[in-house]
Design a protein around this ligand. Structure first.
Ligand code: 13P
Length: 224
């Protein structure tokens, strides 16, 4: 089986002590070659977590990038800012961001990060939210299907539903000659990770709550 991607999105669940403790445990974890693990801590602790994990195969990534290009965007996190601290990828377009920002358009962020060749994980709830026309193979793009009703609810999408959406997206990508992994996110846990990760059409999982508990994360990354 090809390598699968597991991304732990820690959102704002953990305080500084919990974050550093979990990052330290992960730094001692033996990760099999069939898994590429990425961790997305709260932006406040990104630099510190990146230092803890820098000698490992785990990639530390951002949770969001500002839609505004301007360096006068108070409170905004830019692709350049993340690059400065050695972080080369971020989640963008998470449904929790789209909910706060009703005018959110992936294109606004992609305008600044595509020229910067900054890697990203674009979350989508509907296929219409994927700007296929501006995606390319020049740098690493990951797509993540996250149905909003499955996020943090314990209600995982059925395997049939996941496969249906992934096959539609993959058909579009194939038509455009794009090689882009498509992940699933929404109530992934140690009990369902094997079934989801072993689907041919699923290139990995984006995990929220379960990734903040060491035992659960350990089981998920060892479930295949
Ligand atoms: P849960 O795994 O907690 O449902 O969160 C999913 C998610 O939003 C990951 O980005």
């Amino acid at each position: 089986m090809k390598q699968k991607i597991v991304i732990g999105n820690w959102k704002n669940y953990l305080d500084v002590h919990e974050t550093l403790e979990l990052a330290t445990k992960i730094s001692n974890e033996e990760i099999q070659d069939n898994i590429k693990l990425m961790i997305s801590p709260c932006n406040l602790y990104l630099n510190k977590v990146n230092q803890i994990l820098k000698e490992t195969s785990v990639e530390v990534i951002g949770q969001n990038i500002t839609s505004y290009e301007s360096s006068s965007d108070t409170g905004g996190v830019t692709a350049i800012g993340l690059k400065n601290i050695g972080v080369n990828r971020s989640i963008i377009g998470h449904s929790e961001v789209r909910k706060r920002n009703k005018t959110f358009k992936s294109e606004d962020i992609l305008k600044q990060i595509i020229p910067a060749k900054f890697n990203f994980v674009l979350c989508f709830e509907t296929i219409e939210q994927i700007p296929f026309n501006i995606l390319n193979n020049d740098f690493e793009i990951i797509l993540a299907y996250e149905p909003v009703w499955a996020i943090g609810t314990g209600e995982t999408a059925s395997i049939e539903h996941i496969n249906e959406i992934h096959s539609l997206v993959k058909a579009e990508l194939l038509g455009l000659n794009l090689e882009i992994p498509v992940l699933y996110g929404g109530s992934v846990n140690p009990n369902n990770s094997n079934e989801i990760l072993t689907q041919e059409l699923v290139d990995g999982v984006l995990v929220g709550g379960a990734s903040t508990k060491y035992e659960d994360l350990h089981k998920i990354i060892n479930s295949i």
